[in-house]
Design a protein around this ligand. Structure first.
Ligand code: GH3
Ligand code: MG
Ligand code: MG
Ligand code: MG
Ligand code: MG
Length: 298
């Protein structure tokens, strides 16, 4: 039931820290690790070593002041809930804290004498943060096929492009589009069409590596991100995918009908943006369609 296991108290005032620690410990029924640090740098370092559920953050620290602490903590450790506990009581800053990603802003004087509620507040903040993270994850999933959607594709490409800038690891993108799918829907109905898209998504995942990300780009179009993959390799993988698709659906359909896909592959080049990479893969896909479908082009 309890999601709360580790709290980090970021507070540079020894007396305040001692009081907060005492109150948290006293009201904790279950074993909760409460770790105390006095700087933002230590908080960030600790969160790299241990899974932290919540930070209780003072805004006046030796190495940060004011809302800047929230911003820097959020960048370094985006997942834990942040509960601001501060002597600085300003309505505007309270609101801005929450906009910057803190779950809660607690002025110290308001809670003085009631410090026993602190653990309850932290627990609620952690539950809400978890709801938020779940909702964000859901927003990256396509409901029909249960693979990543366009948002998921964009955030993956951003991450992989950063890897490319840092380590020069190759990166390829394959765009896959179902051939003559409009006709297919017209003949077999939308429900059958949906079934094909679901099964196709599963087959793409099945035919690619764990490190690849298969996404539904939209409609009957899919995109596969292939990190650490050179163009030749990506072409090989894509050919294998294109070849296996008709067999995948053979049992579902009458003998005179085949489902085929066309595929365009592009390699990420220095200076590329997401948009230009997608465009190049899309142009290759268009070529595959032009040259008779059921094939891969680069
Ligand atoms: P092409 O080989 O040139 O790609 O031909 P096409 O018919 O596949 O291309 P077109 O863009 O003309 O039509 C795409 C069709 O895909 C139209 C639409 O009915 C179908 N489609 C898109 N999204 C879905 C979906 O979620 N479910 C179903 N069943 N069909 C979809
Ligand atoms: Mg302080
Ligand atoms: Mg089309
Ligand atoms: Mg199509
Ligand atoms: Mg299409």
């Amino acid at each position: 039931m309890d999601e709360l296991k580790t709290i980090v108290l970021v507070e540079d005032n020894e007396a305040e820290a001692r009081l907060t620690m005492k109150c948290l410990r006293r009201s904790a029924e279950l074993p909760i690790t409460i770790h105390h640090v006095t700087t933002l740098a230590e908080a960030i370092k600790y969160s790299r070593e241990v899974t932290v559920d919540a930070f209780i953050l003072d805004l006046g620290l030796p190495d940060s002041s004011g809302l800047d602490g929230i911003v820097r903590l959020k960048i370094a450790a985006p997942e834990p809930a942040i509960v601001v506990l501060t002597a600085h009581d300003d309505e505007n800053d309270a609101l801005r804290s929450v906009r910057m990603g803190a779950q809660l802003f607690v002025p110290k004087h308001e809670i003085a004498g009631h410090m026993h509620v602190m653990l309850r507040l932290v627990r609620q903040a952690v539950a809400r943060q978890k709801q938020l993270l779940d909702a964000l994850a859901q927003a990256h999933i396509d409901p029909l096929t249960a693979i990543a959607n366009r948002r998921g594709l964009d955030s993956e490409l951003e991450r992989r492009m950063a890897d490319f800038q840092r380590h020069k690891t190759p990166l390829c993108l394959a765009m896959i589009d179902v051939d003559h799918f409009k006709q297919f829907n017209d003949r077999f109905g939308h429900e059958m069409g949906d079934h094909i898209l679901k099964k196709l998504a599963a087959q793409l995942v099945n035919q690619t590596r764990k490190s690849d990300l298969c996404t539904r780009f939209g409609g009957e179009e899919f995109a596969i991100v292939m990190p650490m993959t050179k163009l030749d390799e990506a072409l090989e993988i894509s050919k294998r995918i294109v070849q296996c698709i008709p067999k995948t659906f053979a049992q579902d359909l009458p003998e005179d009908t085949q489902v085929t896909v066309s595929c365009g592959v592009a390699e990420f080049l220095p200076g590329d943006e997401i948009r230009t990479l997608v465009q190049r893969a899309d142009t290759a896909l268009y070529a595959a369609k032009q040259q008779g479908r059921n094939q891969v082009q680069r």
